[in-house]
Design a protein around this ligand. Structure first.
Ligand code: ZN
Ligand code: ZN
Length: 172
């Protein structure tokens, strides 16, 4: 039982890492066409971004079914995936984006930090140069502000470089 619970908790923690990587490299990468709806101003009740939630649910259900069919401890890994999905819906959709009729206010310092960090994720337009890709863990806000500044500076440098090339060409 203890081992099972440990597997459940480890999966939940690991899922934050999986979620971070998926958000940064898949959802803001080749999967942007699905995630994009989530970064547009008019958020509906359902958005194409929810496809990712559906995939998560399918993975959790498959693992639980396989575990119950005798492939122990897959059901506990599935439970960890499911728990991550539920926390994601409650915290991300409920507390941060307030998609629900009841709009819980983030009072707890942990929730407030997640809230501010995720607003900063949404502050960047488009899929590139965003910060804070985690869902249940967020770095301190001052650290994210520093990352955003750095990103803007390097972007400006690239722009300057391009303009420089253009001028050189025009002169040459
Ligand atoms: Zn995003
Ligand atoms: Zn969001």
């Amino acid at each position: 039982m203890i081992v099972h619970f440990a597997i459940f908790l480890c999966t939940l923690v690991a899922m934050e890492g999986v979620g971070f990587l998926a958000h940064k490299y898949v959802m803001h990468g080749w999967g942007w066409f699905l995630h994009r709806s989530h970064h547009e101003p008019h958020l509906g009740v359902v958005e194409t971004n929810d496809v990712y939630l559906l995939v998560l649910a399918l993975v959790a259900i498959t693992l639980i079914v396989l575990g119950n069919a005798g492939h122990d401890p897959l059901q506990w890994i599935g439970a960890g995936v499911a728990a991550f999905g539920i926390l994601y819906v409650v915290i991300h959709d409920g507390v941060v984006h307030r998609h629900w009729p009841a709009r819980p206010k983030p009072r707890h310092p942990y929730l407030r930090r997640l809230y501010q960090a995720h607003l900063m994720h949404h502050a960047v337009k488009g899929r590139r140069n965003s910060v804070s890709f985690g869902f249940l863990y967020a770095p301190p806000v001052h650290e994210l502000k520093r990352q955003l500044r750095e990103m803007r500076d390097s972007e400006a440098r690239v722009e300057d470089g391009r303009q420089g090339d253009f001028l050189d060409e025009a002169r040459g």
